[in-house]
Design a binder for this molecule. Structure first.
Ligand SMILES: Nc1ncnc2c1ncn2[C@@H]1O[C@H](COP(=O)(O)OP(=O)(O)OP(=O)(O)O)[C@@H](O)[C@H]1O
Ligand SMILES: C[C@H](N)[C@H](N)CCCCCC(=O)O
Ligand SMILES: [Mg+2]
Length: 223
């Protein structure tokens, strides 16, 4: 058993705010340093008619190591709803041990791993567990992606408190400019820098054609 590879859990201020773009950008950044880099989406909710999930496809495309689906996407749930509801609809149960074993296996095969959560940090995964329980079970430092739009300051600060209350280290935060019409973007970023208790790993500008390799140029890796 070799030392497990460095790994991070990527969460966000909400769904649809740039977690996958930022996670893929981190994968590209890690590929500058390591040969075998892999992304994982343990729980994906929302499948295309052909059974694929867009996040999983994007993470695989950004990875330099291809692995079995049981390892990078153990739960592929058809309905684009909260994972606890999607799991119930699929008559399955999201098991944290299954995900933990999959991520541990990835950390033995790869040189670096980026794990993308689902929705926001406290998204329900079952009647008793949430995304924070998963991050804690994986024992990974957390990277918070802040989707820059009106309301994100509250969501970022609430998520920071939740991460701390679950006893997890916040390795850094990334802002993604999802709303090209947001007012006072620089002042909002300055407000985050003043209030977030972790370093900013970068600001992904609004991209008319979002490209994780280009987005990677705006990021630094967590220490
Ligand atoms: N900086 C940006 N510039 C332009 N578009 C962006 C930016 N960040 C995110 N987006 C767009 O916002 C949408 C949601 O981004 P993404 O899929 O990364 O969100 P997510 O948080 O991973 O969503 P989910 O919760 O479904 O996993 C995508 O269409 C993406 O291209
Ligand atoms: C379907 C979507 N793209 C995500 N995969 C799941 C988002 C769940 C959000 C649940 C909630 O916080 O209300
Ligand atoms: Mg995503």
């Amino acid at each position: 058993m070799t030392m497990p590879a460095p790994a991070w859990f990527v969460t966000g201020t909400d769904t649809e705010i740039g977690k996958t773009l930022a996670a893929c950008a981190l994968l590209h950044k890690l590929r500058e340093k390591y040969p075998r880099v892999v992304g994982a989406k343990p729980v994906a909710a929302g499948l295309a008619p052909d059974g694929t999930n867009d996040d999983v496809a994007r993470l695989r495309a950004a990875s330099s190591l291809q692995v079995a689906p049981a390892l990078d996407n153990p739960y592929a749930l058809p309905e684009p709803v909260s994972p606890h509801l999607a799991a119930r609809a699929a008559r399955t149960q999201i098991d944290l041990q299954t995900i933990d074993q999959a991520v541990q296996a990835l950390r033995q095969q790869a040189d670096a791993v980026v794990v993308e959560g689902v929705g926001g940090f406290l998204v329900p995964l079952s009647d008793t567990e949430d995304g924070g329980n998963l991050a804690h079970r994986l024992r990974l430092p957390v990277v918070l992606v802040v989707g820059l739009k009106l309301g994100c300051l509250n969501h970022a600060l609430l998520t920071q408190e939740a991460i701390a209350s679950r006893g997890l280290p916040l390795a850094g935060w990334i802002a993604s400019c999802v709303d090209p019409d947001m007012l006072r973007v620089d002042d909002n970023i300055a407000s985050l820098r003043a209030r977030m208790r972790a370093s900013c790993l970068g600001i992904i500008p609004h991209m008319s054609n979002p490209d994780p390799a280009l987005a990677a140029q705006h990021l630094e890796l967590p220490a």
